[in-house]
Design a protein around this ligand. Sequence first.
Ligand code: ATP
Length: 251
Amino acid sequence: MAATDASPVLLEVRNVTRRFGELVAVDDVSFTVTEGQVFGIAGPNGSGKSTLFNVITGIPFPPSSGAVLLRGEEIQRLRPHQISRAGILRTFQKDAEFYTLTAFENVYTSAVYCGGAVGADARRDSMQALEDVALADDRRDRPVSELSVFERKQLMIASAIAGRPKVLLLDEPAAGLTRPEVTQLADLIRTVHRRGITIVLIEHVLPLLLSVSEHLMVLNQGAVIASGTPKDVVRMPQVVEAYLGKREVSH
Ligand SMILES: Nc1ncnc2c1ncn2[C@@H]1O[C@H](COP(=O)(O)OP(=O)(O)OP(=O)(O)O)[C@@H](O)[C@H]1O
């Protein structure tokens, strides 16, 4: 399900600012994500990308000012669990799984606590999510501590899907992966997208970001410096200078 110009707005970030003392980590950022879109976010280290996810999800803090709307309803005053139940789920740069639980138990926990499913429904959602990410059958009952780096990425995404998101925020999912694994991850993201889940993707691995995103926004020092189709955005002089270190991108 690809987004079209006529697709309704699912997520809106309106004039959002987040301060830490004197530092303005997110500076008056506004954008909209339409239903079915894969919306990419790029920017140099420290440009405010993860902080933006933090304030959208309320984990661990809300914006200092501005509004976040899901299907037109303001959510920035809701508690984090209410935001996830409303349909916004995220992944983290660092592993956030329960290490001593098995892969299945992790996904099941998400199906129950984020997706609101119970009993057989939670089990079915968990099995389906593990199928979607193609985690091998014989790995599903292994503790997370025994899984490879890529299997943990599969698990991270399976846990997110089992939480029944309307929009999934992926924070640098390619970190730590080899090139072939990045290609596998791109396929995985496309699979999630085909299931009707809108995706917002923060990523430093540009080939991945450019290959899956329909729209690309670039942050620098907390502010939006460019937004448009990935093809146009990577050629904008301010992006080349701020994000790519003054060199042309070839892709
Ligand atoms: N909890 C916090 N307290 C104080 N400063 C913070 C906090 N979280 C983030 N910052 C600061 O806000 C700025 C933006 O950080 P953020 O992690 O959002 O950047 P980023 O674009 O995600 O970086 P990276 O690509 O390295 O992950 C940085 O200067 C960071 O040090």
